[in-house]
Ligand binder design. Structure first.
Ligand SMILES: [Zn+2]
Length: 191
């Protein structure tokens, strides 16, 4: 069952390692505006829905800042842990949204209580998946290549089904695939 991942600290630590790799790759590049080196400008967040035992370093959102004082352009590497400014962990936003149509209403309530997410929040996520994400530039480019075309009304369950393997592997593949949008513009994440 996919929901077991929600309580799997090892899975979340794996996500942290993926983010560390993507951050290291980002820092090896230089500032895209002026070409100067990038300095570390990480900051702490308070992600909700993360299981106990994951560790404090999970909270750090990796970020870089151009070393050139005249520029100071911030560069955010993509993330599989944080989805824009959303306070719940990216994996939680995916799995709870995907389960919306799956388990019984009672099971869904239990899950929401386990994670501590309100019905209104799940409804906002639903709008994000079905209305805002399909309108994003990332989606129009990346999803346009998927065959058969993706049914936006079934997101993110329909997207999870496109990846191979057991649930943790599919979830990780989905998070990696969507990670470019994790840094996204406020418009994409407004709701
Ligand atoms: Zn710069």
């Amino acid at each position: 069952m996919c929901e077991r991942v929600l309580n799997d600290a090892a899975f979340y630590r794996l996500l942290l390692r993926v983010d560390q790799d993507m951050a290291a790759a980002e820092q090896r590049q230089r500032c895209r505006v002026c070409g100067a080196a990038l300095h570390v400008g990480h900051f702490a967040r308070k992600p909700r829905g993360v299981p106990a035992g994951v560790g404090e370093d999970y909270r750090m959102r990796f970020s870089f800042c151009c070393a050139n004082r005249e520029c100071r352009k911030r560069r955010m590497p993509p993330s599989v842990r944080f989805l824009g400014p959303k306070v719940y962990a990216f994996a939680v936003v995916v799995l709870i949204s995907a389960m919306r149509c799956g388990p019984s209403p009672r099971r869904m309530r239990e899950l929401q209580e386990l994670i501590g997410v309100s019905r209104d929040t799940v409804a906002r996520w639903r709008r994000w998946w079905c209305e805002l994400l399909p309108e994003s530039r990332f989606w129009r480019g990346a999803a346009g290549a998927l065959m058969p075309p993706m049914d936006a009304q079934e997101l993110p369950a329909s997207l999870l089904e496109r990846f191979a393997g057991a649930c943790p592997e599919r979830l990780l593949s989905l998070l990696r695939w969507l990670s470019p949008i994790s840094t996204g513009s406020p418009a994409v994440h407004a709701a």
